[in-house]
Each structure stands twice: as structure tokens, then as C-alpha cells.
Design a protein around this ligand. Structure first.
Ligand SMILES: Cc1cc2nc3c(=O)[nH]c(=O)nc-3n(C[C@H](O)[C@H](O)[C@H](O)COP(=O)(O)O)c2cc1C
Length: 326
């Protein structure tokens, strides 16, 4: 489980910093990998409403959104939007990041592409504000809902705290850790009975990514699905993205993952090898299967389509064979 925190406060050690840190500590205790992006430290320009994203599915603005933010948003199973209330909404640095996610909105609603992991992705809001009004969090909650919808992430509500102003006040809140623990438990609950499945290929730029996407998309949810490469490439093959877009599945901004990095803190119920038998590393897993996919060295679009369809059929059969999907 990969949990991404988006920290919106301009303060270095303010209240939402404390709130998010406690959340991440509790998520790590439950076995999650976590990472936090600080909106204030990123070079993010505001949206210029060029509408390229709605027509072509990418944002032409060159800053840190494409290299640093989009891939993490795409990879996350859980996104935690942590923000103080500024004039009944999020601070400007975080708002710029959110607005630039119109790119995901364009890919989903204009280009009609689907997020393969939509059944599993969840999002929550962590927030605090200085005053005590009934509607204090209404603006942030609406923004969070629409932001998460663009990312095909289910909004699972928030933990919001009134009368929090000076730094340190949040951490002193008596029920804070208990509230956070409950929320983490609620978010992790759907995965308790699911399987952990890993697809291994040489570069994680094509076969493993397609198999993992099909698994996430066709399975009923609750499984944790990974792909990783023995020698990970820097990017997915452009042909892979195109072949999957023909199936309406959106893999743009996913990155190949290193098997070594993944194995440092994970164990799996099932490992599916997509490369040749002699290349397999010895990995601890309860069960493993080998699908030796015959991938030509130079692959035409037609070759790839055949491989894609073969993989989809194999993945569907695998899902059927799992006890939890019956
Ligand atoms: C520019 C600005 C706008 C704010 N607007 C509001 C507001 O509309 N309502 C409110 O209750 N608190 C408001 N606050 C107070 C913050 O929400 C509060 O101090 C919060 O605890 C700050 O969290 P942080 O330490 O994580 O930055 C505002 C603070 C600033 C600096």
C-alpha cells in the first residue's frame, strides 16, 4: 500500500504538519509505504487554462508537476490531502497543485480513459482551522471531493479540527492519535482479506505493467497488486500506453519499479514471472507461476496487441481462480 501525503501548509512545523505526521506514522505501523509532498517546496505554476490537457491529455507547462507530482499521484493507493483552512479553502500553493490536476480530469472525462486502480484508490482530508464555525470545512471538503474524483480516488471523508491556530495546538489535541488510528484502520480494512500479487518482468515497462493494470481493473478490489522489473527502465514504453489506451485504460505517468526496492519490505502471496525461467531471482512468496510470454525483440503494434490480449485473458483466468473472487 502506497500512501501519498500532500501537505498544503506554508508553515514548516505547523498544525497540519503535526496532523499528517501522525497519520503517516500510523499508516507505516500498518505496513504502508509513505511519502509526503510539500506544496510550498515545489516549483508549481498556476494553471493557465490552455485546455491542452482536455484535448490532448497532457499539460504543456514545464515545472515540477510532471516529473515529481503526477507519477506519485498516479501510483498512490491512498492520497491524504492535509491542509489548513485559508479563507475557507486550501492555501494557494496547494490550490495550484490541485488546479494542475485538471490534466487527470481531461484524461478521464474528455478522453474517456479509465484509471485501472479506481476500485482500490481512496482519499481523505486532514484539516484544521482557527475559528469554530459550522461551515468552516465546507469549502475544503468540496474541493477535496472534486480533486479526488478527477483522480478516480474514492473520497472517504476527513478528520477536521476547529479552534486550532498556533503551532503545536494540534499535537496537543487529546483524541488526535485515536482518531487517526481509527481512520487508518477504516482505510486499510478493505485489503485485509485480499492477496498481495507481484508481476515480475525484465524492465517493468510493458508486460508487467499491462498485467498489473488488467488485474487491478478486472478484479473485485481489495487485492494489492504490484509490478516490478529486474532492471527497471526509466519510462513505460510509449507503445504500452497506446495499446492500453485502446482498451480505455490509462497508464500514463506510471513508472517502472525496481524489484530490489520492492522486496526490501514486502512479501507476496503470489508471484507471476513474465520473463524467461533462467532469469528468475529467488523470491519469498507462497506461490509462484511462470507465464513465459513470447515477446519478439522488435515488437510491432500488432505483436503487442496480441500479447496484450493474451495477458488480459490470462489475468482474467487468474482472478477467477482466486478464492476471494468466487
Ligand atoms: C492566510 C490565512 C488565512 C486563514 N483563513 C482562515 C479561515 O478562513 N478560517 C479559519 O478558521 N482560520 C483561518 N486561518 C487560520 C489557520 O487555518 C490556522 O492558524 C491553522 O491552524 C494553520 O495551520 P498550519 O499551522 O498547518 O498552517 C487562516 C490563516 C492564514 C495565515
Amino acid at each position: 500500500m502506497f500512501v501519498l501525503g500532500l501537505q498544503g501548509s506554508p508553515r514548516k512545523k505547523g498544525n497540519t504538519h503535526d496532523l499528517l505526521s501522525i497519520f503517516m506514522e500510523e499508516a507505516e505501523k500498518q505496513g504502508a509505504l509513505t511519502q509526503t509532498l510539500l506544496a510550498r517546496e515545489l516549483d508549481i505554476q498556476p494553471c493557465k487554462e490552455l485546455i491542452v490537457c482536455e484535448k490532448k491529455g497532457f499539460c504543456p507547462i514545464r515545472d515540477e508537476m510532471e516529473p515529481k507530482v503526477y507519477p506519485l499521484l498516479k501510483r498512490a493507493d491512498i492520497i491524504v490531502l492535509a491542509s489548513p483552512v485559508f479563507f475557507y479553502n486550501v492555501p494557494a500553493q496547494l490550490k495550484a497543485l490541485i488546479d494542475r490536476c485538471q490534466m487527470f480530469w481531461g484524461r478521464k472525462y474528455r478522453l474517456e480513459l479509465k484509471e485501472p486502480n479506481a476500485k482500490n484508490r481512496q482519499g481523505i482530508l486532514l484539516s484544521c482551522g482557527g475559528s469554530g464555525g459550522k461551515k468552516l470545512f465546507d469549502g475544503l471538503e468540496l474541493t477535496a471531493k472534486i480533486f479526488f474524483d478527477a483522480l478516480s480516488v474514492k473520497y472517504k471523508g476527513g478528520l477536521t479540527y476547529r479552534h486550532i491556530e498556533s503551532p503545536g495546538q494540534m499535537a496537543a489535541y487529546p483524541n488526535l492519535r485515536e482518531d487517526v488510528k481509527e481512520k487508518v484502520k477504516e482505510l486499510f480494512h478493505p485489503f485485509l482479506s485480499g492477496k498481495k500479487i507481484l508481476f515480475i518482468s525484465r524492465e517493468d515497462a510493458c508486460l508487467g505493467q499491462m498485467a498489473a493494470a488488467f488485474f487491478r481493473f478486472h478484479s473485485p478490489g481489495g487485492h494489492r497488486v504490484f509490478s516490478a522489473g529486474l532492471e527497471p527502465a526509466l519510462e513505460l514504453l510509449p507503445q504500452t500506453l497506446k495499446a492500453m489506451e485502446e482498451k480505455s485504460l490509462d497508464l500514463k505517468y506510471l513508472k517502472p519499479f525496481s524489484l530490489d526496492a520492492l522486496l526490501s519490505n514486502q512479501e507476496f502471496d503470489l508471484i507471476v514471472y513474465l520473463n524467461k525461467a533462467r532469469e528468475h531471482p529467488k523470491i519469498k512468496g507462497r506461490q509462484s507461476i511462470v507465464w513465459e510470454i513470447n515477446r519478439p525483440r522488435v515488437m510491432s503494434d500488432n505483436d503487442l496487441k496480441k500479447i496484450r490480449d493474451d495477458l488480459e485473458a490470462r489475468v482474467r483466468a487468474l482472478i477467477e481462480s482466486l478464492p476471494s473472487s468466487t
